[in-house]
Design a protein around this ligand. Structure first.
Ligand SMILES: [Zn+2]
Ligand SMILES: [Zn+2]
Length: 324
């Protein structure tokens, strides 16, 4: 395990320079830490709400769009028509990772319009996505991104980051060639920063925890195991940034408990991970909530934050942070 006390983070000026180089006119709302090393993953919440978005809400700045994340101005996780509203001017993402095929995360026309060159989809439904994206591209008369089948546990590099899809605890009704879709969370790594983006999911499945390196069978601080191709054998390594869904809001008994999480679920997971040093956040960094409950659709973040347990914070659309 790395010595967390030596962690450093971008200066705002460093980040601004990088943004200018990427051709995007944005400023980071917040940075964490105050030193000059090249660390941290720049994220922008293009949407932070659950399903059920209505286009007539677009003019209301407090209405949370369908959840989508932009990383380093270059890579998206999930993309719907909502995602473009909060896209920085001049940004042309290179790649898109899909968590799953529910309509509040996946839209073939939006994927084509985004102009991404590569689209990563869990292998269980990649053939269907390839066909749907090709049809959308033909209709729009635009080039189709290459749709790449991604198995769980296989890391791929995009724009200086490493993305690993791991199993979510979620469900769709999509069956492709007789196989039920498996849905994904993503571990995003850049240098020493390790971000877990967890939506949509009810808790964190054991096999996902194992692949990430935070499961109960590994002891934080132990020596790294030798490299292995088996994604289920992973060295103990803490995550340094955590974004998780809170679709069930404060309702811990919500009927969607099998497939979504409550605020209390996130708090329990975050507290355990912190206590056992499986989550080591830089000073001042919170666990961020996204895919927020419908109840919170129009609530300003400050109002939600006032109700949240310590250490948790609600994202909002357009929020840009340097994490990890
Ligand atoms: Zn879903
Ligand atoms: Zn969703």
């Amino acid at each position: 395990m790395k010595n967390m006390t030596t962690r450093r983070h971008f200066l705002a000026s460093t980040a601004a320079t990088a943004l200018a180089a990427a051709g995007c006119s944005t400023t980071i709302a917040e940075t964490v830490g105050s030193t000059t090393s090249n660390r941290g993953i720049r994220v922008r919440f293009l949407g932070s709400g659950a399903a059920g978005w209505k286009s007539e809400w677009a003019k209301n700045p407090h209405m949370r769009r369908q959840s989508s994340l932009l990383l380093e101005n270059k890579v998206m996780i999930d993309c719907t028509m909502c995602a473009f509203d909060k896209m920085p001017a001049g940004c042309r993402p290179e790649a898109l990772f899909q968590t799953h095929s529910h309509g509040d995360h996946y839209n073939p026309s939006a994927a084509v319009k985004s102009g991404v060159k590569r689209m990563y989809v869990q292998e269980t439904w990649s053939a269907a996505a390839r066909k749907e994206v090709a049809e959308a591209a033909a209709k729009l008369n635009l080039p189709a991104p290459e749709v790449i089948a991604l198995p769980f546990g296989k890391a791929v590099e995009e724009s200086g980051m490493r993305f690993t899809g791991v199993p979510a605890n979620h469900s769709t009704s999509r069956v492709t060639d007789g196989v039920l879709e498996r849905t994904s969370l993503y571990l995003v790594e850049k240098g020493p920063s390790r971000l877990l983006y967890a939506t949509d999911t009810g808790g964190i499945p054991g096999d996902a925890a194992r692949m990430i390196g935070i499961d109960p069978h590994v002891t934080p601080g132990t020596k790294k195991k030798p490299f292995t191709d088996n994604p289920y054998v992973h060295a103990a390594e803490p995550i340094t940034a955590f974004i998780m869904e809170a679709t069930n809001g404060a309702n811990d008994d919500d009927f969607r408990i099998f497939v979504h999480s409550s605020v209390q679920t996130v708090a329990r997971i975050a507290n355990m991970l912190k206590r056992t040093k499986r989550l080591v956040l830089p000073p001042g960094q919170s666990v961020m909530l996204t895919h927020l409950a419908v109840k919170y659709r129009s609530w300003p973040s400050e109002k939600i934050n006032a109700e949240l347990p310590e250490g948790l914070r609600a994202a909002y659309d357009g929020l840009e942070l340097l994490l990890g």
